[in-house]
Design a protein around this ligand. Structure first.
Ligand SMILES: Cc1cc2nc3c(=O)[nH]c(=O)nc-3n(C[C@H](O)[C@H](O)[C@H](O)COP(=O)(O)OP(=O)(O)OC[C@H]3O[C@@H](n4cnc5c(N)ncnc54)[C@H](O)[C@@H]3O)c2cc1C
Length: 440
């Protein structure tokens, strides 16, 4: 193993990426006495807040509604902090309706069992289309079975990230750098990483590098068979003051058969998105670990509005969002009211939907904190401390075998995920974009 931790904390730590994983780790390091003499640097390719990162958006669901018990329990712990001390002004507890068609309910059933056993959750089973309509206060329909967890909520993601950045700055321990990392500094003779080189020609050195570059991580390390970036669709519909008032206290609705969801609107903007298998964006790049510039690999990497400011969701995605809106709120889904903004936001998926929080098996001085798999935001209040536990060689018992570096790389065709995704499988972004152009 590439583990660096023996009994001594590193003299310097460099974190790459200022999203949920990177920023939360920087905050936890700043508060932890063990690292009182460690210099901490956080580098991001964008000035904070990086607008195309996964962690910056209007809203993220905060739910302990998981088919997996360890995640359900950790989410419940995290949620207690959202309610009390961790950016509570950005947290809203509207409830969450988890619905499904009658034929596809395994995730919903397992999740109901888990939240049903949590003392903090107020749960009600929904057995008909009408039950779902009544509780979620939709005009139309979204599935025939499910439940509502009145103790789930959502958070203003950008607001919470800004809050955390300020709290971290107040501790005055972190040096923030805006620069794009081009490569890890790998000494192959000793299998050691001792920093990163930057696109501007500079370098940043550290005894321990924590790679937390979200969906861009596979551009800096060969993660084939371990992590894959998938583009997910989001659209936004402006609504009137009266509609905002009517919808703002309704629960989030997440249809586990289609992956479609709607979070209650904020600031007169209604967001619809898909928790799906997403689009891949296969990209051929120099092998990130090789010193031979001719050695190349093909991996899925983010393509965002920073790459193309005119980027919009492909027609397939727009139509799916439109049809979901027509199903749940037909009165809002009229041709005279187009979505005014859309976005492709990138998940860092893993074969099982588990995070990857681990030392690298080969390179000493390299730790990876990524693999958010579309569900890490809710853990913002707790994930930094968990990363540190893993850095110190104390991976939480219930996440052993989940967060640790997998023994094998898995062919993408065999990835099963966590069973929570809906929508089409195997879409490629460029192909979907080309379909849009050919129709125009
Ligand atoms: C559409 C969508 C909906 C979601 N909904 C939910 C939800 O409802 N609930 C929930 O809990 N989670 C949700 N998630 C998941 C959650 O938002 C992510 O798991 C989490 O934000 C991932 O954080 P991260 O730190 O891994 O990545 P990011 O936030 O993307 O951070 C990575 C950072 O690395 C930087 N970086 C990249 N490359 C380089 C480089 N070469 N040099 C320097 N810096 C670099 C980037 O600029 C970025 O700031 C959702 C995600 C998406 C995309």
């Amino acid at each position: 193993m590439g583990a660096l931790w023996s009994s001594r904390p590193p003299s310097s730590i460099l974190i790459v990426g200022s999203g949920v994983f990177g920023l939360a780790t920087a905050y936890s390091l700043s508060k932890n006495d063990t690292f009182a003499n460690t210099s901490i640097t956080l580098v991001d390719r964008q000035p904070f807040p990086a607008p195309d990162s996964s962690s910056i958006d209007t809203s993220r669901i905060v739910r302990p509604d998981y088919a997996s018990k360890p995640y359900a329990n950790l989410a419940a712990t995290s949620q207690n902090l959202w309610r009390t001390t961790f950016a509570p002004e950005h947290y809203h507890e509207n409830g969450l309706v988890l619905s499904a068609s009658a034929s596809s309910t395994p995730y919903v059933k397992a999740s109901l069992e888990n939240v049903g056993s949590l003392e903090t959750c107020r749960v009600e089973e929904l057995n008909t289309e009408e039950d779902i309509r009544r509780v979620s206060r939709i005009e139309g329909k979204s599935g025939e079975t499910g439940y509502v967890n009145w103790s789930s909520g959502w958070v203003d993601a950008e607001g919470a990230m800004r809050w955390l950045r300020l709290e971290t700055e107040k501790l005055n321990r972190v040096t923030f750098v805006t620069a794009s990392v081009s490569k890890l500094l790998i000494k192959h003779a000793t299998n050691t990483v001792n920093g990163v080189s930057l696109q501007d020609g500079g370098k940043l050195e550290a005894e321990l590098v924590i790679l937390a570059a979200g969906a861009w991580t596979p551009s800096l390390l060969d993660l084939r068979g371990l992590c894959k970036s998938t583009g997910q669709i989001l659209v936004y519909l402006p609504i009137t003051d009266a509609e905002q008032t009517r919808l703002q206290s309704s629960p989030t609705i997440l249809n586990m058969s289609t992956g479609m969801f709607m979070i209650p609107p904020s600031r007169n903007l209604l967001k619809i998105a898909r928790h799906g298998h997403g689009y891949t964006n296969p990209t051929t790049i120099p092998h990130p670990e090789s010193s031979d510039p001719d050695e190349r690999i093909t991996v899925s990497l983010p393509y965002t509005a920073i790459n193309d400011p005119t980027q919009a969701v492909p027609e397939e995605g727009l139509q799916t969002c439109r049809s979901f809106l027509s199903d749940i709120h037909p009165s809002l889904s009229v041709p005279s009211r187009p979505f005014t903004k859309s976005r492709i936001c990138w998940y860092t998926d893993t074969p099982t939907g588990d995070f990857l929080i681990s030392y690298h098996p080969t390179y000493k001085g390299l730790f990876v904190a990524t693999g958010g798999s579309g569900h890490a935001f809710k853990f913002l209040p707790v994930i930094g401390d968990k990363v540190l536990e893993c850095v110190m060689g104390r991976t939480p018992e219930e996440f052993k075998g989940k967060w640790e570096w997998p023994k094998e790389r898995v062919l993408e065709e065999r990835w099963e995920g966590d069973g929570s995704r809906g929508g089409p499988v195997g879409m490629v972004l460029a192909e979907e974009m080309a379909r849009r152009r050919s129709r125009m």
